[in-house]
Write a protein that binds this ligand. Structure first.
Ligand SMILES: Cc1ncc(COP(=O)(O)O)c(C=O)c1O
Length: 412
């Protein structure tokens, strides 16, 4: 039996209608921007394996860091114990995160990084004696993850509809004027994906909007949570998207590219002001949150090695070069729909019916036939490769995208 057949007998895949989805790609090896299948195909990873990969697959430096850490310490409980990779990574993160970040709280993935931020905000106000501040405000088209809290903060959509009985109410705004009218002293925090909303459809916001949200949060004395799970570590061309607007949030969530796509790790960083509200002789003010794999040493070690690559190699310059190429390549698709490019992300929104539009799977199949892995968000086709992609590999991928639209036009 092939791997795909064995998979079909026992597995249940994420975001996959198991009845109608095509057989999963059996991947046996990865190198650079390429994935290799069991039957010998080479496929360019045009979505950075769900937006996590940045330096390429199976990178020798990262492999070595992982192996070295495994020989030393694979894992230890992080309540009551600590270890070098966790401490060093927190030190390094605080050096590069937006100013005023003072503490790092680890978790396992993007959703938990957001979940931690929401719980931190609620308990911050409670510990400070303002428990009435319990409302969250988020943006329309937001996507913050798949756990119950992060789903609540996300836009109501086909992703969340089945789970509505579980969700708590969150106010939703579309612009600064609406935000201003909704802000009051019952608001615990405003949560945004700075500059780029990902799963909501690759929507790019002006930096003035992000700066305006910060100003309003300051005026109304509420917390600002920046969900940089997608945007962090260079994806929008800056190390963190908040830098486009020169703002600092009160709480920032990172994951995905934190470990360069190697291992699940989330981090929620915050200011001394938020952290201090949890310090007390009264133990009930403790932040009662934690996961078995909090601060996993293997994940922290790879994250550190990834930061070394940012330091030692022109990683952000590669993203800038990629951005120029994407602007030119996707620029030629303007007649097809709205084209949006920021950093290493390019998207074209075609006419269609949103995420469930059949266009998505049809286009994905056409790209795959040409050796390019893309997962359109329904009628939004985007390309988000690892930053290490070369100029010629980018040119090849752009050519495949253009050809599917121009030559295989009946496909869509
Ligand atoms: C902005 C944002 N926040 C949170 C998440 C959730 O991350 P994870 O899939 O690691 O739970 C995602 C995932 O796509 C995301 O894009």
């Amino acid at each position: 039996m092939s791997l795909a057949d064995r998979d079909r007998a026992v597995l249940w895949h994420p975001y996959t209608q198991m009845r109608t989805a095509p057989a999963p790609l059996p991947i046996v090896r990865g190198e650079g921007v390429y994935l290799y299948t069991e039957d010998g195909r080479r496929i360019l990873d045009g979505i950075s394996s769900w937006w996590v990969n940045i330096h390429g697959h199976s990178h020798p430096t990262l492999n070595e860091a992982l192996a070295a850490q495994a020989r030393e310490l694979e894992h230890v409980v992080f309540a009551g114990c600590t270890h070098r990779p966790a401490v060093e990574l927190a030190e390094r993160l605080l050096e590069i995160l937006p100013p005023r970040m003072a503490r790092v709280f680890y978790s396992d993935n993007g959703s938990t990084a957001v979940e931690v931020a929401l719980k931190m905000a609620i308990q911050y106000w409670r510990n400070r004696g303002e428990p009435q501040r319990r409302q969250f405000i988020a943006l329309h088209n937001a996507y913050h993850g798949d756990t119950v809290g992060s789903m609540s903060a996300s836009e109501s959509s086909v992703f969340t509809r089945a789970f509505e009985p579980l969700l708590f109410p969150v106010e939703r705004v579309a612009n600064l004027d609406e935000l201003e009218t909704r802000l009051n002293d019952s608001v615990a925090a405003v949560i945004i994906e700075p500059m780029l909303q990902g799963a909501g459809g690759m929507i790019i916001w002006p930096s003035e909007f992000v700066a305006g949200v910060r100003q309003l949060c300051d005026r109304f004395g509420t917390l600002l949570i920046a969900d940089e799970v997608l945007t962090g570590f260079g994806r929008t061309g800056k190390m963190f998207a908040c830098e486009h607007a020169a703002i600092t949030p009160d709480i920032i969530c990172v994951s995905k590219a934190l470990t360069a796509g190697y291992l699940p790790l989330g981090a929620t960083a915050t200011t001394a002001a938020v952290y201090d509200a949890f310090l007390s002789e009264d133990r009930s003010k403790t932040f009662f949150h934690g996961h078995s794999y909090t601060a996993n040493p293997l994940a922290c070690a790879v994250a550190l090695a990834s930061l070394d690559l940012f330091r030692d190699e022109p990683v952000l310059a590669n993203v800038a070069r990629l951005e120029n190429q994407l602007r030119e390549g996707f620029g030629s698709l303007r007649d097809l729909g709205d084209v949006r490019v920021i950093g290493g992300v390019a998207a074209v929104e075609l006419a269609g019916k949103g995420y469930l539009d059949e266009l998505g799977p049809r286009l994905a199949a056409a790209f795959l036939e040409r050796g390019l892995l893309l997962r359109p968000l329904g009628n939004v086709v985007y390309f988000m490769p690892p930053y290490c992609i070369s100029e010629s590999e980018t040119a090849w991928a752009l050519e495949q995208i253009t050809n599917v639209f121009r030559l295989d036009a009946p496909v869509w």
